[in-house]
Write a protein that binds this ligand. Structure first.
Ligand SMILES: *Cc1c(COP(=O)(O)O)cnc(C)c1O
Length: 434
């Protein structure tokens, strides 16, 4: 497979864009390669700048639940643009969007639109602090909530101490207000509440962790978080930027029967446009400006063209609940195939799946938290990724990401991928035996 055009573009990009990309994971650095540049997409398939065609399991990292270039996303979009693509005044379609989200997600009574998942989590946390009058927050190691300063923090060495920044440029002052707990470990959360009484504004969590690879919550973990936060006067924030409208129309919270105080959304709700949202209890949301003391704003927030594409997607999903069963069935098919291949080849690997979200980890497992995620053999993953790519499968270019299946994928696509997976695992096992 040739990547000449992609390499040429990447060389040009490197001169004018830091690292050649506008978001780090696109650089393919963690699999030791240079990126494939996308040229076009159609349904489950992506064509790169060298006209190679792949079954795409990245799907723009989650937004494209209907696959690439679905006419559903863009229905009526030209008309919307011709009318004027931004006003800086409220528009009716923003009200439609808010009503649709409030209708879909049980815990959301009021919602504010923003332009990315990062903005959603950043604003939700400011709101939680403003509402509770407390400064500290709890996040979980391995959970990603966008790149706002206070959220780019993990614990020192898996110990339950004050956070240290994960990124240069995040001040210690900011990092010290972010406490880090262990995913699937309620005791780690209880200990933080005990040592910081009446200081914790909120716990923010991915109800299904998707940014350290897919790590589902253990039974009782989310229920426990709900109880602990309630008992301690802190808010529970579900970051459903991935899971919202993906694992179910009502988000992960609808499957779990949990009502968080605030919910962050993004990815799918924009139908491929840069859109985020945060919403929840009306009494909390009313703390936002202009009615309340917590400031939050956006020149292009609720942009009518973006709202049109997002609403098109949500309306379609509402009318086609079979999308969710179909995607879950395909994910189950993939899981079954991958597990059979692992058994057949003897490669040390394990598969995590929650609804339509899946990760193949190159470790024996079980993978339940950041610590066990980190036992994965990323070298093995890199070789796996390269072989899969060569055979026409675009897997996520990092061990620590989920596989996204869209409504455009077919059982035939999955079966092809399973066959390629067998070839790849066989290759890895033979290399090991040499
Ligand atoms: C992608 C993601 C974000 C950040 O969203 P952006 O639109 O990339 O800013 C936040 N939280 C979770 C769980 C995500 O997966």
């Amino acid at each position: 497979m040739k990547h000449q055009q992609s390499e040429t573009l990447f060389a040009r990009a490197g001169k004018v864009i830091p690292g050649g990309v506008n978001s780090p994971v696109r650089a393919f650095g963690s699999v030791g390669m240079t990126p494939v540049f996308a040229e076009r997409g159609e349904g489950a398939y992506l064509m790169d700048a060298d006209t190679n065609i792949y079954i795409d399991y990245i799907n723009s990292w989650g937004p494209l639940i209907l696959g690439h270039a679905s006419p559903v996303y863009t229905k009526g979009i030209e008309t919307a643009m011709m009318r004027g693509n931004t006003y800086g005044l409220p528009t009716g379609i923003e009200v439609d969007m808010a009503e649709t989200i409030v209708d879909a997600v049980d815990s959301i009574e009021k919602v504010r639109m923003v332009n990315s998942g990062t903005e959603a989590t950043m604003s939700a946390i400011r709101l939680a602090r403003g509402f509770t009058g407390r400064e500290k927050i709890i996040k979980f190691e391995g959970c990603y909530h966008g790149h706002a300063d206070g959220l780019l923090v993990k614990s020192g060495s898996g110990t339950l101490t004050f956070g240290v920044p994960t990124s240069a440029g995040v001040t210690e002052g900011t990092a010290k207000d972010t406490l880090v707990a262990t995913y699937n470990d309620l005791d780690s959360v209880k200990a933080l509440f005990k040592s910081n009484p009446d200081e914790i504004a909120c716990v923010i969590v991915e109800p299904v962790a998707g940014n350290m690879g897919v790590v589902p919550p253990k039974k009782g973990f989310m229920e426990g978080l709900r109880e602990i936060t309630e008992n301690n006067g802190a808010l529970l924030i579900f970051d459903e930027v991935i899971t919202g409208f993906r694992v179910a129309y009502g988000g992960a919270q609808s499957l779990m029967g949990i009502k968080p105080d605030l919910t962050c959304l993004g990815k799918i709700i924009g139908g491929g446009m840069p859109v985020g949202a945060f919403g929840g209890r009306a009494d909390i949301m009313d703390y936002l400006a202009p009615d309340g003391p917590v400031y939050q704003a956006g020149t292009l927030s609720g942009n009518p063209v973006a709202m049109k594409m997002g609403l098109n997607t949500l309306n379609y999903l509402k009318d086609h609940p079979e999308v969710y069963t179909n995607i879950e069935n395909l994910a189950k098919r993939l899981e079954k195939g991958l597990k059979a291949n692992i058994k057949k080849t003897g490669v040390k690997a394990t598969v995590n799946r929650y609804a339509g979200m899946t990760t193949l980890f190159f470790t024996e497992g079980p993978v339940t938290d950041f610590g066990s995620v980190m036992t994965s053999d990323t070298d093995l993953y890199s070789r796996y990724f390269a072989k899969m790519l060569d055979d026409g499968n675009l897997m996520p270019p990092s061990q620590f990401e989920g596989i996204f299946i869209s409504a455009a994928h077919t059982a035939d696509d999955i079966d092809k991928t399973i066959a390629c997976n067998l070839a790849a695992l066989t290759m890895l096992q033979e290399e090991k035996n040499d």
